[in-house]
Ligand binder design. Structure first.
Ligand SMILES: [Zn+2]
Length: 475
């Protein structure tokens, strides 16, 4: 089956053909670990995860590299403001290293809760300062840098195709800029490769610092992704992903410095970008009052996989609106799915040999349709529709359904195999009251049965009746 992906570089869907047959080099911009990741960030990683699973299912050996930014990312992507890490440390009265470790651990916890695959390489910016300095040295030798006000800048006017990737109109960018301009720059779009301390305007009180040929200081943000991706994936590789907010500045700068360092060798073949998760009043951010993260979902009683299911229902290139109503709806959908899967797992619906062949054939048809849409630029929402059709098809045996659903779950990652009826551990008092209540109901003594219901409720359990059966749920 052909895999088709939308490439931001060419602005169209293309057949995926890796540089080396059967192998895929895949780099994703990771988190800046100065705070928790919000659900918008996690939506991008869910999209990365679906892409990874799709590549694996297409038979490729995938090497996925994700960075952890623990230095150099300033509060404005255009190299202005304070370092986010230093800001986080100040906010919490801790060292930058403590902040980085804590938020990296928290990020990985969220990662696992959303059932995201384990990348082959997690790489930390602070452990690759040497690689970054080497790359800056190359850029210097190739004539793409200048020093000004103590810092080393990339001269974007020297890189002819600078605006091509994002179809940038520099004049517009300049006039819409909200931040104070750095007077040391020769061109508005130039960016810092190396900040030196002592520069009066930026970085004077930075606690993370390294020696360098340009003075003691720290790297700019963009250089880390170029240096680390090349270290692990080579000077040319297949896929680079990130959020759409990275197209105009971060990825544009990554391309310029990477290709300038290798004398214009085309760097990345396919660029894929995930769209935003938005709130009613705009893009999700960590500074807005409503800081949404996986932990908050759990506190409100939602399984993190409900959020995963919510994201899977919208194509990764479309904007997705977040609201608690929408999450509640997804929860209902996810629970319905869970109930169906548990029912199918019981394998009540079996067929004789003759019908079984038909059932196998039909489930194979669904399987083809499912993967066809996944392979068409990760159209998972369409695949979910096909999954529901399979579930509701009465001509397929439970056995074949379940086998097919497990194949679907290799892409969806909703843990079908682990779904089971939740058996409540009831306290003896509750069991006792339930027995008494059953007796009073058989005797049609409603007053007494209501009294037992209230007593059970006081112990934290809710009783619902289904005929003579009493269904119990935790409150
Ligand atoms: Zn990056």
């Amino acid at each position: 089956m052909e895999l088709i992906l939308y490439n931001t570089k060419t602005k169209k869907k293309e057949k995926f053909e890796p540089i080396n047959k059967n192998e895929v080099g895949f780099y994703s911009c990771g988190p800046t670990v100065y705070n928790y990741a919000h659900l918008g960030n996690m939506r991008t990683y869910i999209f990365n995860d679906i892409l990874y699973r799709t590549l694996v299912s297409a038979g490729y050996r995938v090497k996925h590299v994700i960075n952890i930014t623990d230095v150099g990312h300033l509060t404005d992507d255009g190299d202005q403001g304070d370092d986010k890490m230093e800001e986080g440390a100040k906010r919490e009265g801790k060292t930058v290293e403590e902040i980085a470790q804590y938020y990296t651990d928290e990020f990985k916890k969220d990662w696992n809760k959303l059932n995201l695959h384990k990348p082959q390489v997690w790489c930390k910016a602070t452990e690759h300062i040497n690689e970054m300095q080497k790359m800056i040295g190359k850029l210097e030798r190739n004539g793409f840098t200048y020093q000004s006000g103590g810092n080393v800048y990339f001269d974007t006017s020297k890189f002819k195709d600078y605006t091509k990737f994002a179809k940038l109109k520099l004049e517009n960018l300049e006039s819409s800029s909200r931040v104070e301009q750095d007077d040391n720059k020769r061109n508005f779009s130039d960016f810092v490769l190396w900040f030196t301390l002592g520069n009066s305007k930026f970085g004077s009180s930075h606690s993370m610092k390294w020696d360098s040929p340009w003075g003691i200081g720290y790297p700019g943000w963009h250089i880390e992704c170029s240096a680390m991706s090349m270290k692990y994936l080579g000077e040319q590789f297949d896929i680079h992903t990130g959020g759409i907010d990275h197209i105009n500045v971060h990825h544009t700068n990554e391309i310029a410095q990477s290709e300038a360092s290798t004398n214009k060798k085309p760097w990345v073949k396919y660029w894929l970008h995930g769209n935003f998760l938005v709130l009613k009043d705009g893009k999700m951010s960590k500074s807005s009052g409503d800081f949404l993260r996986v932990d908050l979902l759990e506190k409100k009683g939602y399984d993190p996989l409900v959020f995963r299911y919510f994201c899977l229902n919208t194509h990764y290139r479309k904007e997705l609106s977040f609201s608690w109503d929408a999450i509640e709806n997804s929860k209902l959908g996810f629970e319905k799915l869970k109930t169906k899967i548990i029912e199918i797992k019981k394998m009540n619906n079996q067929y004789n040999d003759k019908n079984n062949n038909q059932s196998i054939e039909k489930s194979k048809e669904y399987e083809n349709l499912f993967f066809e849409s996944v392979f068409d630029d990760l159209n998972v929402p369409k695949s979910l529709g096909i999954m529901w059709n399979l579930i509701n098809d009465k001509e397929i045996s439970d056995d074949n359904k379940f086998k097919t659903l497990l194949k679907f779950d290799e892409i969806l990652g909703l843990r079908f195999n682990e779904m089971k009826e939740e058996i409540l551990d009831l306290p003896v008092e509750v069991i006792d009251l339930l027995e008494k209540r059953k007796k009073s109901r058989m005797e049609k003594n409603w007053e007494e049965s209501d009294k037992y219901r209230d007593e059970i409720k006081e112990l934290g359990f809710l009783v619902k009746d289904n005929g003579l059966d009493q269904l119990v749920d935790k409150i």
